[in-house]
Design a protein around this ligand. Structure first.
Ligand SMILES: *[C@@H]1O[C@H](CO)[C@@H](O)[C@H](O)[C@H]1NC(C)=O
Ligand SMILES: *[C@@H]1O[C@H](CO)[C@@H](O)[C@H](O)[C@H]1NC(C)=O
Ligand SMILES: *[C@@H]1O[C@H](CO)[C@@H](O)[C@H](O)[C@H]1NC(C)=O
Length: 318
């Protein structure tokens, strides 16, 4: 059926060329939302605009992945014909020669949608446009963040995981440090068209520079940390590659404290943030200065700590 139609289409195109290029259908364009939520009460309005240059409209047809689900032929009574679209229905009251409104979609209706317009006799000039629509089943809960440590010393590498419940399509994950986006991971490719729900996961390794480093290497102004945050990395994540790690290096914030969070997003219709983790710098032990903590255990602990530090500095130097 479709093949036949395509052949006719070609013949008409040929006729059209022989006719000397008198256009009777111009500027066909399709407008489809990139994504909509699934479920009851949700709707997608697909539009098709065209210029027939005075010629009459013969038909407008809508397809989802090559299967026709809506036809409008003004010469027929009634002009509208609807074909079953498993997993959704067409809202006839709000569908016409320019748009079709689909309600209660399920995610299996994700895919390419086409609009085909034909001008009336004699040329029946026909054109078609296509655009993708993704029907989204969002994750159930907010993303969950886990962090190896809530206190840091300069030079530490803080590790954090962000995991997001299954959704269709899988969420992208953005890492947020003090309200700045620092990295983004992509969890889904348009080739994943099996309609399976998938979780998303991102692993971050955050290195906090030692003071000495930024004095040498970085131009850093205490008024604003934006400088270093401007780096913006996008990583593709392979399905099987769980070792994919986002690495980010920061200068220690002046305040000695920062917050870390992650956001799960699906196109522009879903975004949800994890709870923030507040991470503080270990304060140098006040014992020797204030005499407050003189329990006797602390000094030897400090000495141990100091020797570890010295040892690691020496190791660094090697
Ligand atoms: C239609 O397309 C022509 C070029 O083919 C353009 O000049 C014109 O502005 C378009 N009209 C509309 C309404 O988009
Ligand atoms: C992050 O996930 C990995 C792999 O599941 C696990 O080995 C590691 O302990 C987790 N780290 C944190 C900070 O939760
Ligand atoms: C994930 O991010 C990429 C890159 O910004 C984008 O092209 C893609 O549409 C996003 N996917 C989802 C599900 O939001």
């Amino acid at each position: 059926m479709i093949k036949m139609k395509r052949i006719c289409h070609l013949i008409f195109r040929l006729l059209f060329l022989l006719d000397g290029g008198v256009w009777s259908l111009r500027n066909l364009s399709i407008s489809v939302p990139r994504a909509v939520l699934s479920g009851e009460g949700q709707a997608a309005v697909l539009r098709c605009s065209y210029d027939l240059e005075g010629a009459a409209l013969y038909s407008i047809r809508w397809y989802r992945a090559e299967t026709e689900f809506y036809r409008y032929v003004p010469r027929e009574m009634p002009p509208t014909m609807v074909f079953p679209l498993p997993g959704a229905s067409v809202d006839l009251a709000q569908s016409d020669h320019q748009q079709v409104r689909i309600v209660n979609l399920n995610r299996r209706l994700s895919g390419d949608y086409q609009c085909e317009v034909s001008a009336d006799a004699p040329l029946f000039h026909t054109d078609i446009r296509s655009a993708p629509l993704t029907v989204v089943d969002p994750p159930f809960r907010a993303p969950r963040l886990s962090v190896t440590q809530r206190n840091y010393a300069r030079g530490d590498v803080i590790k954090a995981n962000c995991s997001v419940d299954e959704s269709y399509p899988a969420s992208n994950i953005t890492w947020i440090l003090d309200d700045h986006k620092i990295a983004e991971t992509m969890s889904w490719r348009t080739s994943d068209l099996d309609f399976k729900e998938r979780g998303a996961f991102s692993h971050l390794e955050l290195t906090i520079l030692e003071t000495g480093h930024y004095k040498v290497g970085l131009t850093y102004t205490s008024a604003s940390l934006n400088r270093i945050y401007q780096d913006h990395y996008v990583y593709g994540r392979e399905e099987t590659d769980d070792l994919n790690v986002v690495r980010y290096t920061m200068v220690p914030p002046e305040s000695g404290q920062f917050s870390l969070g992650c956001v799960a997003t699906i196109f522009d219709i879903y975004a949800r943030q994890s709870e923030a983790a507040y991470i503080k710098e270990d304060t140098p032990h006040p014992a020797s200065v204030t005499g407050e903590d003189s329990s006797g255990v602390v000094p030897s602990f400090s000495i141990t700590l100091t020797s570890i530090c010295v040892a690691s500095v020496l190791l660094h130097a090697l």
